[in-house]
Design a protein around this ligand. Structure first.
Ligand code: M6R
Length: 608
């Protein structure tokens, strides 16, 4: 939540900040602001709304400033107003600060600072940091920021400028992500690497309780005790294609259409070639690093949780042990029985979701072995896990997760297969590999149905409520279908196990309630048909997503049918997902919502 960017160097800073902010906008977009320094003068501009509103306000800007910071906000404390937008200033107006995270002890600090005579102008938790730095400032900005972050509790990634030290930018991190980038013209700070693509050629990931002091020529790293650090630097790949829409109207649509490639990339390194033994794959050597365990927890949030739940259903068939997927924020509330025999798998696209990170830390401190399954390499979850498994879906910009979800299912499916090798025959494994090799082509086949799905979405987009029903391993896909629809179209949607419908949700059904059934020949086909009969008997509108589109009963019961290729194994939940993503996308487009940046959401949730 919230994106931060900063630069010091020889180039004009405003265009750099604005480009960085537009790339970070997926992290939060209710207000935005920048602060720059030129000739000892601090200039600040903040605007409610999107980054483009700030850009409009800056259209006549011709400043030659070469140092500055920028922020795009996802409000936590205080409404999205100009007063609450970042950067925040101290009383003197010399210090400007941007922040991502939450300062949990801000009320205590605020009272203390009020008593010392400071004046507050916003309702944010962030503003206390600006005043705290002012309180400690005696000419050394790094020392003042260090002293302030030692007093702060909670999560932060922050960057600070001061007109009294005009050639210095100081950044600090605890909990929220922050990278320091380098180029031939200067140095950057940013919430993530995509903000710096095409700008920085290498980056350093700040760890918790680390600070960086950037000048035009140097970057210095210290910890909160002032000890000098020398963190490793990583090259940034030049791939900028993923951060462009490539002719599609929205990133989400582009990312839906990229799934043949993202799945192909994700499974390639995890399978062996035909005729080879599975133990010859590079992925097998990754899995060999996992020590013996006797139960598994999968921890994740949102869409990643739905991928975890899909894995739970898939793995139960091959692994002879208890497996439980849990919402990360709830995992921490539960008395999970953790020991060195526990295998905990943290599933996260960003690798920065704070609830998942905190659950991971809890598991580690209880002695459990932790695997990260992430898309974002070098993210905090990746770095803190014992073993990492990657989805290679590429950067995902749309706030609604699509290609990373199907890549998670593919990666989890193959991980389960490797963990369960002792229970599987070579023939089963080769059959699964064979299906996965064909999956990109089958995804393309499913994408060909887009025009029909757009028409079905038109009929759905006035609905107030939509139910998504399925059984077995398609139940998590029903949950994901409902989440996608509500996230981007704002239509109320619920995913439910089809067999559970009669225990409550059936009360919602009338002629105005569309019900999307996921119906597979391989999963309780007859029973789901009976559930369709129950909906039909109450005049519900049925959309059947099915691998049995020609079945006479399906044809009789459904008002609309979306055919899905009939394939078993890991491919099945993935192939059932594609039409639901398209359905949600087109319903949202019919409703005219902001598909890539739906209201109230942020791509990466770094606050608890
Ligand atoms: O980066 P993560 O996979 O950890 O994110 C988890 C959720 O915040 C995320 O999946 C969220 O639910 C998306 N908005 C789903 O579209």
């Amino acid at each position: 939540m919230c994106g931060i960017i900063g630069y010091i160097g020889s180039e004009r800073v405003v265009p750099i900040l604005m480009e960085g902010l537009s790339r970070l906008e997926y992290r939060g977009y209710d207000s935005a602001g920048i602060a720059t320094l030129q000739d000892g003068e601090l200039f600040r501009l903040r605007q409610v709304g999107k980054v483009r509103d700030l850009a409009c306000a800056l259209q006549d800007d011709d400043s030659d400033a070469t140092i500055g910071i920028g922020h795009t906000r996802w409000a936590t404390h205080g409404a999205p107003t100009r007063e609450n937008a970042h950067p925040h200033l101290d009383c003197s107006g010399d210090i400007a600060l941007i922040h991502n995270g939450i300062i949990e002890n801000y009320l205590v600090l605020r009272d203390e600072l009020l008593e010392a005579g400071h004046t507050f102008r916003s309702q944010t938790d962030t503003e206390v940091l600006a005043h705290l730095i002012e309180h400690y400032f005696d000419g050394d900005l790094l020392a003042a920021v260090t002293a302030a972050v030692r007093r702060a509790e909670g999560a932060f990634a922050l960057a600070v400028l001061c007109s009294r030290t005009p050639d210095r930018l100081v950044a600090a991190r605890r909990g929220s992500p922050l990278v320091v980038g380098h180029s031939s013209t200067g140095h950057f700070i940013a919430s993530d690497i995509p903000a710096l693509l095409g700008k920085a050629n290498s980056v350093v990931f700040l760890a918790d309780d680390e600070l960086a002091e950037l000048t035009r020529d140097t970057v210095r790293f210290i910890d909160c005790d002032g000890v000098e650090l020398h963190p490793p630097s990583h090259r940034v790949s030049a791939d900028q294609v993923s951060i462009q829409k490539g002719g599609y109207r929205h990133f989400m649509l582009k990312e839906i259409h990229e799934q043949d490639r993202s799945i192909g990339e994700t499974v390639r390194e995890k399978m062996c070639h035909e005729g080879e033994d599975v133990t010859q794959s590079p992925f097998f050597s990754v899995c060999k690093r996992i020590a013996p365990f006797n139960h598994i927890y999968l921890i994740a949030c949102g869409t990643a949780y739905h991928a975890s739940l899909t894995a739970e259903y898939m793995w139960e068939r091959i692994l002879n042990m208890p497996i439980q997927s849990m919402i990360a924020s709830e995992f921490r509330m539960r008395a999970a029985h953790l020991s060195e025999k526990s295998l905990v798998i943290a599933v996260s696209q960003s690798g920065e979701t704070i609830d998942t990170l905190m659950a991971l830390r809890r598991a580690k401190s209880a002695g459990a072995q932790v695997i990260a399954l992430v898309n974002n390499e070098q993210s905090t979850i990746d770095r803190e896990a014992d073993v990492s498994v990657y989805t290679h879906a590429g950067i995902e910009i749309g706030v609604a997760a699509t290609k990373t979800f199907t890549a998670q299912i593919a990666a989890l499916g193959l991980l389960g297969l490797h963990l369960g090798l002792d229970h599987l025959s070579q023939a089963d494994i080769q059959a699964e590999f064979g299906r996965l090799a064909l999956l990109p082509g089958r995804i393309n086949e499913s994408l060909q149905k887009e025009d029909d799905i757009r028409t079905i979405a038109e009929g759905l987009h006035h609905a107030r409520d939509v139910l998504f029903l399925a059984r077995g391993e398609l139940y998590p896909i029903a949950l994901e279908g409902a989440l996608k629809l509500k996230e981007i179209s704002y239509i109320h949607a619920e995913g439910y196990p089809a067999g559970e419908m009669k225990h409550g949700p059936i009360a919602l059904i009338d002629e105005k309630t569309p019900v999307v059934f996921l119906l597979s020949r391989g999963i309780a086909f007859e029973k789901v048909l009976s559930n369709m009969e129950e909906v039909r008997a109450r005049n519900g509108q049925i959309i059947a997503v099915t691998d049995a589109p020609d079945d006479p009963a399906v044809k009789r019961l459904a008002n609309a049918i979306i055919p899905v290729p009939n394939v078993e194994g890991i491919s099945r939940p993935i192939l059932f997902t594609i039409p639901l993503q398209l359905l949600a996308y087109h319903a949202a487009v019919w409703r005219g919502t902001d598909v890539d940046q739906p209201r109230n959401l942020a791509k990466t949730v770094t606050v608890e």
